[in-house]
Ligand binder design. Structure first.
Ligand SMILES: Cc1cc2nc3c(=O)[nH]c(=O)nc-3n(C[C@H](O)[C@H](O)[C@H](O)COP(=O)(O)OP(=O)(O)OC[C@H]3O[C@@H](n4cnc5c(N)ncnc54)[C@H](O)[C@@H]3O)c2cc1C
Length: 384
């Protein structure tokens, strides 16, 4: 049995990030949501804490550290403001992770140290207007001509897309080859033929910028291709497997914030002469919420522990993401219910938690996609 209790080091990290989230994120979360804008102040705070360097070798400016530490940090950031966690994880767990894992030494030295310090923001662009879950069906093409790639096509829903100094972009060199035709490239801000447009009007995670990208004969030096030609789709899937554990951690953080708000409110709100906390119906909702959070947290830490120990973790990562995202939505919905009519207004934090929670079972693979991954892995074991 794996001991999931936090280590001394993890508890110290948890305390430091919680203090930051209480001081810097909670008081700003409502305003960021209203303005629908990435906050540079928050960005500088998160990166000054060293959060973008977790799991990065000191040779590239990081402090080392484990996937469990990233889980602990993202949970606490999300408890303060879920959108700030999206910004951090699109940068660290997607853009930076792809360069860190698959980039050449020269590429790593060019991008990772600045990204760890927060001097450079990274984004990661896989999704297209006509291909999300079926990402390998992408239309964006990359053609090698005279020593440089020309990219044509478009991406959608890209987190950090307009604030990023560099974006990891997936494009196909031969659509006929399916996923084997896809390669990964680093496209820098200002590359000729590369444009971004902010997509406004999100339901939640509004303190995070989501962006459409267009490539019209966009020029990408050959030196900016990551790894081997035709391996891009595998790189993307490898990065997503690990990142799903981090999304699960985000769900735990949002759910925890919603639970705490609901538990506090249940003591303050009186009906029929008593605090609603004394009613069994409310207590049962709180008990269900806490149980969902405990299960999500345990699954998330377990998946991260498997990864840290070099054990297979793909099924557990998808299970944690599937369970934690759906549990997060249940918990936030009950938190609104406990707040009654007040929970339906923007004045209450639970209204925002409820909206933020909704996307977690959509991005980085919908719940249906997670079930496909889980079933595929399990059925494989029973093939004769
Ligand atoms: C706020 C936000 C931030 C995002 N950030 C990024 C980012 O930084 N980078 C990036 O690349 N992408 C990003 N995305 C995109 C996100 O990953 C996709 O939206 C997601 O993968 C789903 O793809 P889709 O929207 O095209 O839905 P679709 O794939 O069109 O799915 C629509 C519905 O059909 C279901 N479905 C599809 N195929 C099947 C099947 N075979 N069996 C059963 N059901 C199926 C899905 O589960 C879903 O319910 C972001 C999205 C959002 C909303």
């Amino acid at each position: 049995m794996i001991d999931l209790l936090l280590t001394e080091e993890e508890m110290m990290l948890q305390a430091a990030v919680r203090e930051f989230a209480e001081r810097e994120l909670k008081p700003r979360a409502k305003e960021m949501d209203e303005k629908e804008e990435f906050s540079w102040e928050v960005w500088r705070g998160m990166t000054a804490l060293g959060l973008a360097g977790i799991g990065v070798d000191p040779a590239y400016g990081g402090d080392g550290g484990s996937h469990r530490q990233m889980v602990v940090a993202v949970q606490e950031i999300s408890r303060g403001d879920a959108a700030s966690a999206v910004n951090l994880l699109a940068h660290r767990s997607l853009g930076m992770e792809t360069i860190y894992r698959y980039g050449s030494e020269e590429q790593k030295l060019r991008y990772i140290p600045d990204a760890v310090e927060g001097k450079a923001v990274l984004a990661w662009a896989l999704t297209e207007p006509s291909s999300g879950s079926d990402a390998a069906a992408m239309d964006t093409t990359a053609i090698l001509k005279n020593g440089e790639y020309r990219l044509n096509g478009g991406k959608t829903f890209i987190t950090n897309g307009d604030v990023a100094d560099a974006t990891v972009v997936f494009a196909t060199q031969d659509k006929g080859l399916g996923h084997r035709g896809v390669s990964a490239f680093v496209v820098e801000r200002g590359a000729p033929g590369f444009e971004t447009r902010k997509q406004r009007g999100k339901m939640g995670m509004r303190g995070s910028n989501t962006v459409e990208m267009t490539f019209q004969d966009a020029v990408v030096p050959a030196a900016n291709r990551l790894g081997e030609e035709g391996m891009g789709f595998r790189y993307a899937m490898g990065v997503l497997d690990a990142s799903r554990v981090i999304i699960a951690a985000q769900c735990v953080g949002i759910a925890q914030a919603a639970f705490e708000a609901a538990a506090r409110y249940s003591h303050q709100r009186h009906s029929f002469g008593k605090a609603i906390a004394s009613r069994q119906a409310i207590q049962f909702m709180l008990a269900d919420m806490a149980t969902d959070i405990y299960a999500s947290q345990t699954m998330t830490l377990h998946a991260a522990t498997l990864k840290d120990r070099g054990r297979p973790f793909l099924t557990e990562a998808s299970m944690a993401k599937l369970y934690a995202s759906e549990a997060c939505f249940r918990v936030c919905s009950k938190a609104v219910q406990i707040h009654g009519g007040y929970g339906y207004f923007k004045e209450s934090d639970v209204e925002r938690y409820f909206r933020d929670a909704r996307v977690t079972s959509i991005y980085e693979g919908t719940s249906e996609v997670q079930k496909m991954v889980i079933a595929r892995q399990l059925l494989e074991q029973f093939k004769s």
